[in-house]
Each structure stands twice: as C-alpha cells, then as structure tokens.
Write a protein that binds this ligand. Structure first.
Ligand code: MCN
Ligand code: SMO
Length: 788
C-alpha cells in the first residue's frame, strides 16, 4: 500500500536547504566550476545581419594573435557535429535542422558564424573582432505580422510561405453550434516578445577524459539527461561515455530547458583538441541567442447566449518560431499548447482551433515560464471581460456562469483532457472575497480625482503540470520521455541518499524531495541528502520543466520509498523476530506496531544489509539497501487558480500603479508552503514584467534593438505590490501523493489579471487594450488613438 506513513514533514514551512550556501556566497555556478589548467576558451563570431549569405571567412589575423589556438567555420564544425533537429511527430510540422555554426547562410542577428578557441576568454573576444566575414545581405522577414500577411521573403527553401507548422481541430457540429447564438464577441490579442533572463547567463565546460574516450560536461541547464542524449547523437559519441553535470543553476525559467549550439561546439572542440573547453555567455549574448518567447497573435471568438454562457469558442493562435525550430520541444510547443489549454477552468462544449507557427529572421523561440498559457488565458480572460461589457453583466458573474462546478468533477474537457480534481469555482469565490471585489466595483468610480482611473482584473486559469508520457506524445513530442525517476540508497551509516532525475534551477528540490522521502519512508528529514543534476549518479528521466518535478519525481520518490521500505521491513522483521507486515517505520527506526520499544535503527538495519553486523541475511535476500523507481504520471495534472489585480492609472502620464494583488491557488497537496508561495510570487513578478514593461524589440531589418538590461526593462522590487496568497487544496486523485505543480501558475495568472485590470480602468474611456506590453508610451498611444 502506498501512503504517507508519518505525516509530519510534508506541508511544513521548512527553510530551503539550498539557501545557506547561496546566501553565504558559496554557490557554485557554472563559472565557479574549477577548470583544469590547460583549459581553452571559446569566443563566438556572431552575424550582424538577420539574413545573409556567407561569402568568405578570413581568420588569418585572428590566428596570428598570441594565444589563439584555432578558428572554426561552419564547414569545419559540420565535420565534427551534425545539425540539431527537433523531431516532432505531429501533422502539419515541417521538420527543420539547425547547423551548429551557420554554414552558407545566416538567419538571425547573433547566429554563430565561426568560433575562436583561445588561451583565455579575453584573447578569444579580441580574436572574434579580428575574424573577417564577408556577407551578401538578403531580404529580411523579421516581423511576424508581415510574415503572416504573406509577402515576406523566404527563409528556408523547404518551408513555403515561412509556415513551419499548422494544425486545425473542430468538434462535431461546431459551425451549427456557433451559428445558433446571436451574440458573437471577438478580439485579437498581440503579445510582446520577451526573454527569460535568468540572472546567470548560460555557459558550459567540456572536459575530455584522460583515456580520450569519455567526456565530462558541465552545463547550466535544466535538462542534463536530454542534453546527454542529444550530445551523443550529434557528436556520434557513445552516450554511456558522457557525463553531464549541472552545478548550481542561477535561474532557468525554460530558457535553460533547451539544447544549445554553444554546448555542442564546446563538446565537439574538446573532443577534437583533447583539451578542456569553456564558454561563458555574457548578457548581450544571452539576450541575442538564448531562446525568446511569446510574440503571439491570438484571436478568440465566442458565440454566447444572452445570459453570458459561452456556447462555442473559436481560437486562432499564431506564433513566431524564430529562425529555427528549437530543440527539444520544437516550435510546435507554443501553438499546440495555447489552443489546447485555453478552455481551462470553463465548461465549453463546442470548440474549434487553428494553430500556426511561422519562421522569421529572429532568434529561435522556445519554452519560457508558462509557455503558451499566459497568452491563451489572456485571450479567454480578456474575452470574458468583453462578453460582460457586451451584455452589460459583471465580469466575475460571467466567469461564474461558465466555470466548471464542483459536481462536474472529475471533468473531461472538450479536448478529452481529464481534470481529476480541482476548485475552479471555489478559487474564484475566495479570490473575490479576499479582494473585496464587490466593494471595489461599488466604489470604482466614486473617487472624484479625475486624473486617476481605477481598474480590477481577474484571471481564472488551469495549468498543465507534471505531464506523463501520454501527455507529451499527444503533442508529438515523442523524444520527451515523460517519466521521472528516483533512487533511494540507505547508506551503511543509516543515512539516506536520494538521487532524482530532476535538475533544480532554484525551485528548492533539495528540500522538498527530502520532505517527501521523510514522510513516505519514515526517515528523519535531516537524515536525507538529495542529489540531482548528475547523469552519472541519477537514473534517466525527463528533467525539470513544465512544472513537472513535484508530480513526476515526487511520485517516483514515493514509489522508491515503498520499494525500499519493503526491504527495510523485511530486515527489521528478521532482526526483531516479527512479521515484516507488523513493522512500521518512523524517525529512521523500525519498530513492531504497538511496541515502540521493540525497535531497531536504520543504521543497524543498514549494517545488516551491507554485511557489516556479523550476521548473515536470510537466505535469498540480496545484500544492499537500494531501490530505483520509474514513475510515469498521468497525461497531465491540473492545478488551478485565480489572480485578481487592482491598478490605478494616472491619466496624464499613463503610468500603471499596482494597488493590490490577490492569489488563490490550488496545487493539491502542498509539500512546502513557503516554497510554493515563493514560486507564486516569483512567477507573478515575471508576469508583471511581461504585462507592463518587458519587450524584445526587433526592427524591420531584424536588428535586436535592446540586447541589454538598460533597454530591456525587468521589474524590480519598486514595481511589485504586496502579493497576498491563499490556498485551496484539492489533492490530485490520479497522481501519487496528490501533488499538482506550481512552478508556472504565477506568471500564467498574472499577465491576464494585470492586463484586464488596465483594460478595465480604460474601458470607460473607450480605449481597447489588446497589445502587450502596457508601458506608459504604449498606453498613451492607445488613448490617443481612441481620441482620449
Ligand atoms: N511544490 C510544493 N508543493 C506542490 C507543488 C510544488 O511544495 N504541490 C514545490 C516543489 O517541490 C518544487 C517547487 O515547488 O520545489 C516547484 O515545483 P513544480 O511546480 O513541480 O516545478 P518544477 O520543480 O518542475 O520547476 C519547473 C518550473 C518551471 S517550468 C519554470 S519555467 C520555473 C519554475 O519552476 N523556473 C524557475 N520556477 C522557478 N523558480 C526558480 N527559482 N528558478 C527558475 O528557473
Ligand atoms: S518554461 Mo518551464 O522550464 O517549462
């Protein structure tokens, strides 16, 4: 039987174990990993053009510089490593490979054309400036809106119309259902392009083994196992001979859930030269070449009954893939996500979608916290407000009329996706109460200060989390395994080591997985050490993204605890002369049920298991205390939540001031409330940035105009309101442990709630808010366009 034996650790505000080192400056990030003395450093020559043919590369001046060891071009690199290509097995996708260094053509500003190998990083940078490249510039397709309109220059010969992916779906009888209602409400939302901006830029260190047939690879990634598999493939090098290790990772946010060409270049050159190779990206490189996200055009249209019920919904999502489909999730990740998640917490039975992705001469796009969900919930939640305005109903009331009711759960949505539990209506009611929603509405226009406009915005959402193999397969991601893994070892000392297939980037895994193991194995929390992010010690798994660790690896920890618990009970039964079924485990001890004095410590059990106690194990029992479990969670597990934001807009400056912020969230069984709240807060702040200030700006020529943190504005503590967080817990029924993910809910809820609050404040003036971000200059323009 699987069950938490000794509830005690789960649910507690246990301070994060990882923080002591980090706060004392003893974190070991990628640049802190000691490099061997003979290490060489890379400098990448980046294209200044968004689209051009490479005519000639002259590296002679660079090669003359003291300390420069080698300069490799695209064709040199092609001999060492094959291009990367995301294999997405879904109809309507045109597979597209990216060379490690551009060979004949460049397709975005910042794409690597050559790489310098030098004795130190400064020489490498100097040499980069000495590499002369002759280009023949080509016409550029940088802006999504122009590409969609159909007359943009082609970027890849084999991708007609620059359309790399298209997919459609409709429920039976959709057109009739849509036509049966007289009220149709429609809007197109245009989201800004953003970057994940982890504090620590990317970097890696490749160390060839002394025997020349192994490779140790340190990299700042969320996906060590997937990187290892991909490296082995592109380098044609035995996977079993590669060890990938993640040091402390200073934020990932999806940006580091990708496999990058710099990683391949470093590994390939290390193997070629048989020297350690290091590359650390700077902020400019990070903003130019780490994947971008959003940049969507999302049109939603609903046929609505007079009382505000959505009878039929139509979505059309267009995404910007950038110049190449990124690995491993491909450019299909966002369009397939957005159109599938949008129905969220609402009971909508007639649905149709069209999803598209276009290539452009910009940096490839990929996973960034929330993936498509901040956009699709902006679309549906923005639509809810517009339905309310059209029908003269209250926006919260429209949501309450459409939301899934408790008696409908378990609920299977219109796409066949099952919600095994949830608190969709309860979260909305609680959030309205916490935010004083009705009171705000009563007094919203009472203030006589005519320069101040007040607004309130709601976002009800669900989040896809902890997806298992089935969940990835339905989206064509057959190379993403979906299961996760835990190995539990009770060491001879009785202390426990837990290896999981996750790779933490700040989420607090070293604390939360110890909490789970502590409860399910009956081992003292302090006796558990958690280790992650090393492919040589952790079993293969799917790694950290899509808010999957709590569900997928949490489930694996529970299963592994169960397996090793059985063996501990057997040995304890043998030592205590009792039936193993009568043994219970608590606080790193085993005792006979009802007889706490008839007990034996984990240490004594381990000594016996490791043949160090002077007694033989019973016949047939293996030595050692070690268990591994592979857990494939349900297709997905669905946390839900509601964010409500209130704002004040200064009519003269169009500056948005955040007033109050309320979150009610349901991630099932909460492992660590402090970590969960931190996740919600961090995500909310990122959503605030996306809604109000962040934007990566490309011009018509495909030049990135703001590849620095002065011009790419991130939120600071000055911008952030108090965030009040409340929880409702409906444990998952289908996933072990009852956990649901929380890592992305903050950003998913925040973008729509904040945008809706701004839109609500400006609606009485006739200003339509449907483009992100909402900087004062953007809002001024919208107000001027509306004649305000
Ligand atoms: N947790 C919990 N109780 C739950 C659910 C989760 O205590 N019911 C805890 C987990 O044990 C874990 C943390 O909350 O310590 C996040 O869990 P989960 O939602 O499973 O997400 P992952 O661990 O898989 O992390 C990935 C997620 C994603 S996809 C992005 S993007 C993101 C995010 O996490 N990137 C982050 N949060 C981040 N936080 C930090 N500090 N840095 C990032 O790069
Ligand atoms: S964008 Mo998160 O790493 O799925």
């Amino acid at each position: 039987m699987i069950g938490s034996n000794h509830p005690g650790s789960i649910g507690k505000h246990i301070p994060r174990r990882e923080d002591k080192n980090l706060l004392q400056g003893r974190g070991r990030f990628i640049d802190d990993v000691p490099e061997p003395r003979n290490t060489l450093f890379l400098g990448f020559v980046m294209s200044p053009y968004a689209h051009a043919r490479i005519l000639e590369i002259n590296a002679s001046a660079a090669l003359e510089l003291d300390g420069v060891v080698d300069v490799l071009s695209g064709s040199d690199m092609a001999a060492l490593a094959s291009p990367i290509s995301a294999k997405i097995e879904i109809e309507g996708y045109r597979e597209n490979a990216r060379p490690v260094l551009a060979a004949d053509k460049v397709r975005f500003v910042g794409e690597h054309v050559a790489v310098v190998v030098a004795a130190d990083p400064y020489i490498a940078q100097d040499a980069v400036d000495l590499v002369e490249v002759k280009y023949d510039p080509l016409p550029v397709s940088a802006l999504l809106d122009e590409v969609v309109s159909g007359n943009a220059p082609l970027i890849h010969d084999d991708i007609p119309d620059n359309l790399i992916f298209e997919s459609r779906f409709a429920t039976d009888g959709f057109d009739e259902a849509f036509a049966s209602e007289q009220v149709v409400v429609r809007e197109t939302f245009r989201t800004g392009r953003v970057a994940g901006v982890p504090l620590e830029p990317r970097g890696c260190l490749a160390i060839p083994g002394q025997a020349a047939d192994t490779l140790e690879f340190y990299t700042s990634t969320q996906i060590p196992h997937l990187v290892r598999t991909a490296l082995a493939q592109v380098l044609s090098f035995p996977e079993s001979s590669i060890r990938v290790v993640t040091p402390d990772v200073g934020g990932g946010f999806g940006t580091k859930a990708q496999f990058y060409t710099e990683e391949i270049a470093a590994a390939a050159i290390a193997l070629k030269l048989q020297r350690p190779i290091k590359w650390i990206g700077d902020r400019r490189e990070d903003l130019l070449t780490s994947i971008h996200a959003r940049d969507h055009i999302f049109t939603v249209e609903a046929a609505v009954s007079k009382d505000g019920r959505i009878n039929a919904l139509r979505s059309d999502m267009i995404t910007n893939a950038g110049a190449y489909s990124s690995y491993p999730f491909g450019c299909t990740l966002e369009p397939t996500g957005g159109v599938r998640m949008i129905v969220g917490p609402y009971d909508i039975r007639n649905y149709s979608y069209r999803a598209r992705s276009y290539v452009t001469n910009t940096c490839p796009s990929g996973a960034y916290r929330g993936v498509a969900q901040p956009t699709c919930f902006l679309a549906i939640e923005g639509l809810m407000d517009r339905i309310a305005r059209t029908l003269d109903l209250d926006p919260a009331e429209v949501r309450l009329r459409n939301v899934i009711k408790p008696e409908q759960i378990p609920y299977t949505n219109v796409l066949g996706i099952k919600y095994d539990s949830g608190s969709h209506e309860a979260c909305l009611l609680r959030a309205m109460e916490r935010a004083g929603y009705q009171e705000f509405r009563r007094t919203q226009y009472a203030e006589k200060d005519t320069d101040s406009l007040l607004g309130i915005g709601i976002c009800c959402f669900t989040e896809v989390s902890g997806a298992g193999s089935v969940g990835w397969r339905v989206r064509g991601l057959t190379r993403v395994p979906g299961f996760d893994t835990a190995t539990v070892k009770v060491e001879p000392s009785g202390k426990v080591t837990l290896h999981t297939s996750q790779a933490t980037a700040g989420q607090g895994h070293l604390t939360t997985f110890a909490q789970i193991l502590s409860d399910y194995l009956g081992v003292a929390f302090d006796d558990v050490v958690v280790d992650e992010g090393d492919t040589s010690s952790s079993p293969y798994g799917t790694n950290t993204f899509a808010s999957r660790s709590a569900v997928a690896a949490g489930g694996a920890v529970i299963q592994a605890a169960e397996k090793i618990g059985d063996k501990i009970r057997s040995i304890a039964g043998f030592l205590l002369n009792a039936d193993p079924k009568d043994i219970e485990l608590a606080d790193s001890k085993a005792n006979v049920v009802g007889h706490t004095d008839r007990c034996v410590s984990f240490q004594d059990i381990a000594q016996t298991a490791y043949s160090m106690a002077g007694i033989a194990l019973p016949q047939g029992m293996e030595y050692g205390l070690h268990a591994t479990a592979f857990y494939d969670p349900p297709p997905a597990t669905w946390p839900n939540g509601v964010h409500i934001a209130t704002v004040r807009i200064d009519r003269r400056t169009a500056k948005v001031q955040m007033l109050n912020y309320f979150v009610v969230h349901d991630c099932g069984t909460v492992i660590n409330p402090m970590i969960v709240d931190g996740q919600v807060q961090g995500g909310t702040v990122q959503g605030l940035g996306e809604a109000l200030m962040e934007q990566i700006v490309y011009d018509q020529d495909g030049q990135l105009l703001n590849a620095n943190l002065l011009d790419y504005q991130l939120p600071t503590s000055m911008d952030v309101p108090d965030i009040s967080i409340d929880h409702i817990s409906t444990p998952s029924v289908d996933a072990l442990g009852g956990f649901k993910g929380v890592g992305e809910g903050g950003v998913i809820g925040a973008v729509p709630a904040i945008v809706n609050a701004v839109a609500d404040a400006l609606a009485p003036l006739g200003v339509n808010v449907n483009r992100l971000p909402l900087r004062p200059s953007d809002l001024m323009r919208a107000m001027r366009n509306a004649g305000v």
